[in-house]
Design a protein around this ligand. Structure first.
Ligand code: 3PG
Length: 216
Protein backbone atom coordinates (compact mmCIF):
# COMPACT_ATOMS: atom_id res chain seq x y z
CA UNK A 1 0.00 0.00 0.00
CA UNK A 2 1.23 3.44 -0.84
CA UNK A 3 2.55 5.29 2.25
CA UNK A 4 0.32 8.35 1.88
CA UNK A 5 -2.78 6.17 1.62
CA UNK A 6 -1.66 4.19 4.66
CA UNK A 7 -1.13 7.39 6.67
CA UNK A 8 -4.52 8.71 5.60
CA UNK A 9 -6.29 5.53 6.71
CA UNK A 10 -4.45 5.51 10.05
CA UNK A 11 -5.27 9.14 10.68
CA UNK A 12 -8.92 8.50 9.91
CA UNK A 13 -9.11 5.55 12.32
CA UNK A 14 -7.11 7.43 14.96
CA UNK A 15 -6.54 4.29 17.03
CA UNK A 16 -4.54 1.15 16.26
CA UNK A 17 -5.48 -1.78 18.51
CA UNK A 18 -2.30 -3.58 19.60
CA UNK A 19 -3.06 -7.27 19.62
CA UNK A 20 -1.39 -10.29 21.23
CA UNK A 21 -3.29 -13.36 20.09
CA UNK A 22 -2.50 -16.95 21.00
CA UNK A 23 -4.39 -18.86 18.34
CA UNK A 24 -5.15 -18.37 14.63
CA UNK A 25 -8.65 -19.76 15.36
CA UNK A 26 -9.41 -16.57 17.26
CA UNK A 27 -8.23 -14.24 14.49
CA UNK A 28 -11.44 -13.86 12.50
CA UNK A 29 -13.89 -13.36 15.40
CA UNK A 30 -11.42 -10.88 16.94
CA UNK A 31 -11.15 -8.95 13.66
CA UNK A 32 -14.93 -9.02 13.22
CA UNK A 33 -15.40 -7.49 16.67
CA UNK A 34 -13.05 -4.64 15.72
CA UNK A 35 -14.69 -4.17 12.32
CA UNK A 36 -18.20 -4.20 13.81
CA UNK A 37 -17.03 -1.60 16.33
CA UNK A 38 -15.91 0.56 13.38
CA UNK A 39 -12.16 0.10 13.84
CA UNK A 40 -10.92 -1.85 10.82
CA UNK A 41 -7.26 -1.77 11.80
CA UNK A 42 -4.99 -3.99 13.90
CA UNK A 43 -1.36 -4.35 14.84
CA UNK A 44 -0.69 -8.06 15.35
CA UNK A 45 2.34 -8.37 17.60
CA UNK A 46 5.07 -10.95 17.25
CA UNK A 47 4.76 -11.72 20.95
CA UNK A 48 2.98 -14.98 20.32
CA UNK A 49 3.80 -17.98 18.19
CA UNK A 50 0.55 -17.49 16.30
CA UNK A 51 1.33 -13.99 14.97
CA UNK A 52 2.39 -14.94 11.44
CA UNK A 53 -0.53 -17.34 10.96
CA UNK A 54 -2.95 -14.73 12.29
CA UNK A 55 -1.65 -12.12 9.84
CA UNK A 56 -1.96 -14.61 6.99
CA UNK A 57 -5.52 -15.57 7.96
CA UNK A 58 -6.62 -11.95 8.21
CA UNK A 59 -5.02 -10.99 4.92
CA UNK A 60 -6.91 -13.82 3.19
CA UNK A 61 -10.27 -13.59 4.92
CA UNK A 62 -10.60 -9.96 6.05
CA UNK A 63 -8.73 -8.09 3.30
CA UNK A 64 -10.30 -4.75 4.19
CA UNK A 65 -8.71 -4.50 7.60
CA UNK A 66 -5.65 -2.23 7.75
CA UNK A 67 -3.19 -4.86 8.85
CA UNK A 68 0.07 -4.18 10.64
CA UNK A 69 2.64 -6.24 12.47
CA UNK A 70 4.11 -5.19 15.79
CA UNK A 71 6.93 -6.03 18.19
CA UNK A 72 9.20 -6.62 15.19
CA UNK A 73 12.47 -7.37 16.91
CA UNK A 74 14.34 -9.23 14.16
CA UNK A 75 14.84 -9.29 10.42
CA UNK A 76 13.07 -12.63 10.47
CA UNK A 77 9.94 -11.05 12.06
CA UNK A 78 10.11 -8.24 9.53
CA UNK A 79 10.32 -10.45 6.47
CA UNK A 80 7.65 -12.81 7.81
CA UNK A 81 5.30 -9.88 8.47
CA UNK A 82 5.58 -8.67 4.89
CA UNK A 83 5.38 -12.15 3.40
CA UNK A 84 2.20 -12.91 5.40
CA UNK A 85 0.50 -9.74 4.17
CA UNK A 86 0.99 -7.02 6.77
CA UNK A 87 1.12 -3.56 5.16
CA UNK A 88 3.10 -1.86 7.91
CA UNK A 89 5.40 -2.78 10.78
CA UNK A 90 6.09 -1.30 14.19
CA UNK A 91 8.75 -1.90 16.83
CA UNK A 92 9.25 -0.67 20.39
CA UNK A 93 12.70 0.73 19.60
CA UNK A 94 14.78 1.73 16.60
CA UNK A 95 17.09 -1.02 15.36
CA UNK A 96 19.23 0.24 12.45
CA UNK A 97 19.53 -3.26 10.95
CA UNK A 98 15.76 -3.62 10.83
CA UNK A 99 15.33 -0.09 9.44
CA UNK A 100 17.80 -0.79 6.67
CA UNK A 101 16.12 -4.05 5.70
CA UNK A 102 12.63 -2.47 5.83
CA UNK A 103 13.81 0.16 3.34
CA UNK A 104 15.38 -2.51 1.11
CA UNK A 105 12.16 -4.54 0.94
CA UNK A 106 10.04 -1.39 0.68
CA UNK A 107 8.00 -2.11 3.80
CA UNK A 108 6.51 0.89 5.67
CA UNK A 109 8.04 0.69 9.13
CA UNK A 110 7.47 2.85 12.19
CA UNK A 111 10.20 2.43 14.84
CA UNK A 112 9.74 3.38 18.48
CA UNK A 113 11.41 6.60 19.64
CA UNK A 114 11.24 9.11 22.49
CA UNK A 115 14.23 11.45 22.24
CA UNK A 116 15.43 13.98 19.63
CA UNK A 117 18.42 11.78 18.80
CA UNK A 118 16.15 8.82 18.15
CA UNK A 119 13.82 10.94 16.01
CA UNK A 120 16.81 12.07 13.95
CA UNK A 121 17.97 8.49 13.57
CA UNK A 122 14.54 7.65 12.18
CA UNK A 123 14.71 10.61 9.79
CA UNK A 124 18.08 9.29 8.65
CA UNK A 125 16.30 6.15 7.48
CA UNK A 126 13.78 8.26 5.58
CA UNK A 127 10.86 7.79 7.89
CA UNK A 128 8.94 10.66 9.40
CA UNK A 129 6.29 8.46 11.02
CA UNK A 130 7.50 7.18 14.37
CA UNK A 131 5.96 5.22 17.19
CA UNK A 132 6.32 7.21 20.43
CA UNK A 133 6.94 4.59 23.09
CA UNK A 134 6.40 4.27 26.02
CA UNK A 135 4.23 7.34 25.76
CA UNK A 136 2.70 8.09 29.16
CA UNK A 137 5.82 7.09 31.09
CA UNK A 138 7.88 9.38 28.84
CA UNK A 139 5.77 12.45 29.42
CA UNK A 140 2.76 11.84 27.15
CA UNK A 141 1.30 14.75 25.20
CA UNK A 142 3.48 17.37 26.95
CA UNK A 143 6.62 15.53 25.83
CA UNK A 144 5.30 15.04 22.30
CA UNK A 145 4.60 18.77 21.98
CA UNK A 146 8.01 19.69 23.36
CA UNK A 147 10.07 17.23 21.36
CA UNK A 148 8.31 17.65 18.02
CA UNK A 149 8.70 21.43 17.60
CA UNK A 150 12.04 21.34 15.71
CA UNK A 151 10.76 18.61 13.36
CA UNK A 152 7.26 19.88 12.56
CA UNK A 153 8.42 21.40 9.24
CA UNK A 154 9.53 17.90 8.18
CA UNK A 155 6.03 16.55 8.74
CA UNK A 156 7.09 14.27 11.59
CA UNK A 157 4.10 12.36 12.99
CA UNK A 158 3.88 10.08 15.98
CA UNK A 159 1.96 6.97 16.96
CA UNK A 160 1.99 7.28 20.77
CA UNK A 161 1.65 3.93 22.49
CA UNK A 162 1.97 2.82 26.08
CA UNK A 163 -0.49 4.06 28.67
CA UNK A 164 -3.00 5.40 26.16
CA UNK A 165 -6.59 4.55 27.09
CA UNK A 166 -10.10 5.76 26.39
CA UNK A 167 -9.56 8.29 29.21
CA UNK A 168 -6.69 10.21 27.61
CA UNK A 169 -7.37 9.38 23.96
CA UNK A 170 -8.97 12.74 23.16
CA UNK A 171 -5.99 14.66 24.53
CA UNK A 172 -3.69 12.73 22.16
CA UNK A 173 -5.90 12.92 19.07
CA UNK A 174 -6.19 16.69 19.39
CA UNK A 175 -2.45 17.04 18.69
CA UNK A 176 -1.65 17.62 15.00
CA UNK A 177 1.62 15.70 15.49
CA UNK A 178 -0.30 12.52 16.33
CA UNK A 179 -1.12 10.32 13.35
CA UNK A 180 -2.91 7.74 15.50
CA UNK A 181 -2.42 6.16 18.90
CA UNK A 182 -1.72 2.52 19.63
CA UNK A 183 -3.02 0.60 22.59
CA UNK A 184 -3.82 -2.78 24.02
CA UNK A 185 -6.88 -1.63 25.97
CA UNK A 186 -9.31 -2.28 23.14
CA UNK A 187 -8.60 -5.98 22.83
CA UNK A 188 -6.42 -7.22 25.68
CA UNK A 189 -4.85 -10.64 25.44
CA UNK A 190 -7.21 -12.15 28.01
CA UNK A 191 -10.27 -10.59 26.35
CA UNK A 192 -9.30 -12.40 23.16
CA UNK A 193 -8.48 -15.73 24.81
CA UNK A 194 -11.77 -15.54 26.78
CA UNK A 195 -13.62 -14.72 23.52
CA UNK A 196 -15.14 -11.55 24.95
CA UNK A 197 -16.09 -10.26 21.49
CA UNK A 198 -18.84 -7.95 22.72
CA UNK A 199 -16.41 -6.19 25.05
CA UNK A 200 -13.90 -5.74 22.22
CA UNK A 201 -16.62 -4.42 19.92
CA UNK A 202 -17.75 -1.97 22.61
CA UNK A 203 -14.20 -0.73 23.25
CA UNK A 204 -13.59 -0.33 19.52
CA UNK A 205 -16.84 1.60 19.06
CA UNK A 206 -16.06 3.89 22.01
CA UNK A 207 -12.58 4.65 20.65
CA UNK A 208 -13.90 5.25 17.15
CA UNK A 209 -16.55 7.61 18.49
CA UNK A 210 -13.85 9.70 20.21
CA UNK A 211 -11.72 9.83 17.07
CA UNK A 212 -14.73 10.83 14.95
CA UNK A 213 -15.61 13.57 17.42
CA UNK A 214 -12.07 14.97 17.42
CA UNK A 215 -11.25 14.52 13.73
CA UNK A 216 -14.62 14.68 12.05
C1 3PG B 1 2.74 -2.04 23.38
O1 3PG B 1 2.49 -3.20 23.63
O2 3PG B 1 3.10 -1.57 22.29
C2 3PG B 1 2.53 -1.17 24.54
O3 3PG B 1 3.07 -1.78 25.67
C3 3PG B 1 1.08 -0.96 24.70
O4 3PG B 1 0.88 -0.33 25.87
P1 3PG B 1 -0.53 -0.37 26.57
O5 3PG B 1 -0.72 -1.78 27.06
O6 3PG B 1 -0.41 0.62 27.69
O7 3PG B 1 -1.56 0.01 25.55
Amino acid sequence: MELEKLKERMWKMGVVPVIAIESPDLALPMADALIEGGLAVAEITFRTEAAAEVIKALRQSRPDILLGAGTILSIENLEKAKECGAVFGVSPGLNPLIMKRANEIDFPFFPGVVTPSEIEQGLGFNTNVLKFFPSEASGGTAMIKAVSAPYAHLGVKFIPTGGVTINNLKEYLKLPQVLAVGGTWIAKKEMISEKRWDDIKKNAAEARAVSKRVRG
